[in-house]
Design a protein around this ligand. Sequence first.
Ligand code: NDP
Ligand code: 8X3
Length: 251
Amino acid sequence: MKRCVLITGATSGFGLAAARKFAAEGWRLILTGRREDRLLRLQEELEDLVPVSVHVLDVRDGDAVAKFVASLPEAFQSIQCLVNNAGLALGAGPSYEADLKDWHTMIDTNITGLVNVTHAILPRMVEKEGASVINLASIASNWPYPGSHVYGASKAFVAQFSRNLRADVAGKGVRVTSLEPGLSESEFSLVRFGGDQAKYDQLYAGAEALQPEDIANIMVWIASQPPHININSLEVMPTSQAWSNFNVVKR
Ligand code: NDP
Ligand code: 8X3
């Protein structure tokens, strides 16, 4: 039987592009997100290519995650790849001006949500030779920058959680990857800037940012490696992006 991938956050950006790319490679799809209209449109678009199962799911809700997994149709119960992609940043200002609710939402989504889904799915993947967990971390996992505070810290959790999972599943057939993209053009920044289109346009103008399709190609490449290869972490930036000098603030 063809392989099956579960992608969280498939209604936009990386997750949407990944759904299309995995489908083009013949993978069966389990797609989740909160926006049902987009899930249904995507199902309609892809179901001529491969079997597609869509589920409205807020990853922050542990009970809903457990129910979703328990209710998976039979043809979708054997999962070879989990893409833990659902996530967000809220706000780009300094920590001392941040909204505490935004911090909690990032922690609940990027950490608790990812943990909820992993806890529900990983036991089903153990002993499946060549299975893959691909966790969406970020360059913000590895490098500090002003305004990253809780977002970057939540992604540092994802990167370390990935390494720790990998230590546990060694010898169990499952690969784990921390995928760490840099500047990428998607609704991510609209969400982060509270819907401010002008700020979004300014960020990406002339930046030649990574596109969701670039990341989707990398995801499929990771999942398609021979079973004896584990890509532990993969940090990817657009060529236009690089490190800057250390900041010295003179008073
Ligand atoms: P998008 O905003 O385009 O997509 C985010 C996806 O996450 C949407 O499908 C959204 O679906 C879903 N999502 C958000 N909150 C929840 C929730 N509580 N429950 C379920 N689904 C949720 O962003 P990207 O595609 O760019 O980002 C995808 C991942 O990659 C994120 O984890 C992000 O942190 C990470 N990343 C992004 C980078 C970038 O520059 N764009 C760079 C590095 C990492 P819905 O709203 O329908 O629920
Ligand atoms: C998103 C990339 O640089 O905006 O994770 O934090 S960055």
